[in-house]
Design a protein around this ligand. Structure first.
Ligand code: SF4
Length: 377
């Protein structure tokens, strides 16, 4: 995945300041497999077994062992923190797994703090984390220990970047939606996922918003055509057109997959299984008599119910925007150079998505007609 993200220019680097990383080749699947992977690992009975068990035999991180890292963790402790040392990434990943920390948010809060140090918002010494800065993997590892123990500045960083910034400053440098850090996609180069992460009920969440159909349209061309009637054309990921319908389709089916107890990686993300297959599995196992569209409607109902929960808590259209950096700062280099989220085009996309969803265009609240149609009155 890292070479794909690098090649297409969406690999978040140094807290999303850039979208390609000069040392990304260190993080290739080949390097990981040839030098660190001990065996494949998977969930019970899964034919895919997408995980791996790694160990480090030599050097300062000798003794590191455990499951992972997968793409998100590699980006979190690699490119996002400007760190080129894969063994440090493996160690950080192991620490987070053992200490009960989420690798994405831990990597993001550290990357944010590194940029704040770089820009003089506060100093590493202020946090009691000497040396914290882009590329310093020793300081990164030390900070993970401090976060887990809630010692020194680690006590503030443990609250996550969004809350830490309210205490320390640097709010404009936090890359989040609804307070949740963005995963390893610089969405300036993927316009559909830009909206998907922003409208997601949990904020910047790859389990809701990840859409491989957008970034690998050649691989999934037959699905785009058969399920949605979309002809992706050149550089589909940079286009705004057709993304409202694609993201709504993806969100509905994500909800279905979650509810069926299936995995998104073997199901809706990697696409060996299509909606018609989900339907056949469900009806065969349970005798359920609805059709494929009824099944999608169940996903749509879940999506709307989550939306209604958020609206009741005061969220709405104002909360459905990507962070300031991604709207205002063009990508500096790489294949996505010059890309940012154009305000007018984003507004138009969001309005189109609301229309399609049946949500009020100003507030983003599901309309009475939509609620009635879905049995949520
Ligand atoms: S594809 Fe899904 S179910 Fe299978 S091993 Fe990976 S995460 Fe587990």
């Amino acid at each position: 995945m890292t070479p794909l993200a690098q090649g297409m220019g969406f690999l978040p680097t140094r807290n999303f300041q850039e979208s390609v990383f000069e040392a990304s080749s260190n993080f290739s699947g080949e390097n990981l497999k040839d030098n660190y992977v001990q065996r494949n690992k998977g969930c019970f009975n899964c034919p895919v077994s997408c995980s791996r068990y790694c160990s480090v035999q030599e050097g300062p991180y000798a003794g590191t062992k455990g499951e992972g890292p997968e793409y998100e963790s590699i980006s979190a402790f690699g490119s996002k923190c400007g760190n080129s040392d894969l063994e440090a990434v493996l160690h950080a990943n192991m620490l987070c797994n053992r200490l009960g920390l989420d690798t994405i948010s831990t990597g993001n809060v550290l990357a944010w703090a590194m940029e704040c140090v770089d820009k003089g918002v506060f100093s590493a010494r202020d946090l009691g984390l000497d040396g914290l800065g882009f590329g310093n993997h020793q300081a990164m590892i030390q900070a993970i220990h401090r976060i887990a123990a809630r010692q020194d500045g680690g006590d503030i960083l443990a609250q996550g970047a969004w809350r830490a910034a309210r205490i320390l400053g640097g709010q404009d440098l936090v890359v989040h939606s609804k307070g949740l850090d963005y995963p390893a996609v610089d969405v300036r180069g993927t316009k559909g996922m830009a909206m998907a992460f922003a409208v997601s009920p949990r904020g910047g969440d790859h389990l809701k918003g990840l859409c491989l159909l957008e970034v690998a349209p050649d691989v999934y061309a037959h699905i785009l055509k058969s399920e949605l009637g979309i002809e992706p054309g050149d550089k589909y990921w940079l286009k705004y057109e057709t993304k409202a319908g694609l993201m709504a389709w993806q969100e509905d089916w994500h909800c279905v997959v979650d509810s069926l107890g299936l995995c998104k990686l073997e199901g809706i993300a990697l696409k060996p299984v299509l909606p018609a297959h989900f339907h056949r599995l469900l009806s065969t196992a349970t005798g359920w008599s609805g059709d494929v569209q009824d099944l999608r409607r169940a996903g749509e109902r879940i999506w709307n119910l989550e939306r209604m929960f958020n609206c009741r808590e005061g969220l709405g259209r104002k909360d459905d925007y990507p962070p300031k950096r991604l709207m205002q700062e063009p990508v500096k280099n790489g294949p996505s150079r010059g890309e940012r989220l154009d305000r007018d085009k984003y507004e138009a996309l969001l309005t189109q998505y609301y229309s399609l969803r049946g949500w009020d265009l100003d507030t983003g609240v599901p309309t009475p007609a939509t609620r009635s149609r879905l049995g949520l009155s």
